[in-house]
Design a protein around this ligand. Structure first.
Ligand code: NAP
Ligand code: GDP
Length: 330
C-alpha cells in the first residue's frame, strides 16, 4: 500500500488546476511524498452533496486544494449573480463539510481580490475582506467566496475539528488552459481571442492592420498573476503555510497596470503577424476601478520569489492559444 499523502485538487481541469498539474509534473522528485488527484465536474458535481461525499469516499484525501467554482469575468458575473452565489455556496459548503468529516489535514480554498469591499482604503490586505459590500457587479460570487472565510473560521473554532482550514487570495489570473469564451471570460483571455479573430480576418482580407476591441475605458487598474506562478505558490502553501488566516498571492503593488496597458501587451504579442490598434468601447462597463492588493505577508515568507514578467506570460499564453485553438475552452 502506498504511504503517499493524497492531495485532492478540485477544479483540477481549470486554468489554475492545470497549472498546478504542470508544476507537479515538473517537480516530481521534490513532491514525491504526495499523490495529486485532479478532478473536474465530469468526475463529480460538487454542488451535489451525494456526489461530493462519493468522491471523497473514493479518493480519501489527506489534503484538499479546493479550486472548483463557477468562475467568470465581469460581464458573466454581472448577468448571473444569483447563479454565481448559489452554485458557489453549494460547492464550497459540500467540499468543506467533507474535508471536515473525512478529517483532511489541510483544506486550502481559493478566494479572490475581487471579493474585497468596493469602497475601501488601498492597498487591501488579508484583514479587510468583510469591511464593506463588494462591487455590485459580482456580489453573488463575492459573498459566496466570503462565506468560505466564514466557514473556515467556524470549522477552525469548532471543538471536534481536526482540519486546518485556510485560504489563498489570488489577484486576476491568466495563462494556458484559461476560458477563452468571449462572453464568459476574464479580460486577458477575452482580449486574446478577440485579437486572434481580428488578425485572422485582416489576413483573410489582405489588410496589414486591424483593430482590437477593448471593452470599457481601459482605465481600471489590475494586478495580474501568471497561472504558473500562482500554481507554484499554491503548492508552497500546501507544503509550508500553516496559518488559518488567508494569504494574498499577488505580484506587488508596483506591478499594477491599466486594462489599456494590458490590452497593448496582448496586441504586442501578435505584432509578428499584424499591427493591432486598440479601440475602446465605452458602452461596456469598467467594473471595479481597482483592487490594489498588498503582498507583504507573502513576501515575509518568500522574499525572493520571482514572478514571471507579465509580457512574457502573455506571449506564452498567446503562443499556447494559437497552437491549441481547436481544443481551447471557447
Ligand atoms: P476555471 O478555469 O473556470 O475552472 C473552474 C474549475 O472548477 C474547473 O475545473 C471546473 O470543472 C470546476 N467546476 C466548476 N463547477 C463545478 C462543479 N459543480 N463541480 C465540480 N467542479 C466544478 O477557473 P480558474 O480560473 O481555474 O479558478 C480556480 C479558482 O481560482 C476558483 O476558485 C476561482 O474563484 C479562483 N480565482 C480565479 C481567478 C481568475 O482570474 N481566474 C482570480 C482569483 C481567484 P470542469 O471544467 O470540468 O467543468
Ligand atoms: P474583474 O477584474 O473581476 O473586473 O474581471 P475581468 O477580468 O473581466 O476584467 C474586467 C475589466 O476589463 C473591465 O474594466 C472591463 O471593461 C475590461 N475589459 C476590456 N476588454 C474586456 C474583455 O474582452 N473581456 C472582459 N471580461 N473584460 C474586458
Amino acid at each position: 500500500m502506498s504511504d503517499k499523502q493524497i492531495v485532492l485538487v478540485t477544479g483540477g481541469t481549470g486554468l489554475v488546476g492545470r497549472a498546478i498539474e504542470s508544476v507537479v509534473n515538473e517537480n516530481c522528485d521534490e513532491l514525491s511524498s504526495y499523490k495529486f488527484v485532479f478532478i473536474g465536474s465530469q468526475e463529480s458535481d460538487l454542488s451535489n452533496l451525494y456526489e461530493t461525499r462519493a468522491l471523497f469516499e473514493k479518493i480519501r484525501p489527506n489534503y484538499v486544494i479546493h479550486l472548483a467554482a463557477m468562475v467568470g469575468g465581469l460581464f458573466h458575473n454581472q448577468n448571473n449573480n444569483l447563479m454565481f452565489l448559489r452554485i458557489n455556496l453549494q460547492i464550497n459548503d459540500n467540499v468543506l463539510l467533507m474535508s471536515h468529516e473525512m478529517k483532511v489535514k489541510k483544506c486550502i480554498s481559493c478566494l479572490s481580490t475581487c471579493i474585497f469591499p468596493n469602497h475601501t482604503t488601498y492597498p487591501i490586505d488579508e484583514t479587510m475582506i468583510h469591511l464593506g459590500p463588494p462591487h455590485d457587479s459580482n456580489f453573488g460570487y463575492s459573498y459566496a467566496k466570503r462565506m468560505i472565510d466564514v466557514l473556515n473560521k467556524a470549522y477552525n473554532s469548532s471543538a471536534n475539528n481536526s482540519t486546518l482550514f485556510t485560504a489563498v487570495v489570488p489577484t486576476n489570473v491568466f495563462g494556458k488552459y484559461d476560458n477563452f469564451n468571449i462572453e464568459h471570460s476574464h479580460v486577458i483571455p477575452g482580449l486574446i481571442v478577440k485579437a486572434f479573430n481580428a488578425v485572422r480576418e485582416a489576413k483573410h482580407k489582405g489588410a496589414n492592420s486591424a483593430k482590437l476591441m477593448v471593452y470599457g475605458s481601459g482605465t481600471p487598474m489590475r494586478q495580474f498573476i501568471y497561472s504558473k506562478d500562482l500554481a507554484k505558490l499554491i503548492v508552497w502553501t500546501l507544503k509550508v503555510y500553516e496559518e488559518r488566516e488567508p494569504i494574498i498571492l499577488s505580484v506587488g503593488e508596483e506591478e499594477e497596470i491599466s486594462i489599456g496597458n494590458a490590452a497593448q501587451l496582448v496586441a504586442n504579442a501578435f505584432s509578428d503577424e499584424i499591427k493591432l490598434e486598440l479601440d475602446f468601447d465605452i458602452n461596456y462597463s469598467d467594473g471595479q476601478y481597482k483592487k490594489t492588493a498588498n503582498n507583504a505577508k507573502l513576501r515575509k515568507y518568500l522574499p525572493n520569489f520571482e514572478f514571471t514578467p507579465i509580457e512574457i506570460g502573455i506571449k506564452e499564453t498567446v503562443q499556447w492559444f494559437k497552437q491549441n485553438y481547436l481544443v481551447a475552452r471557447k
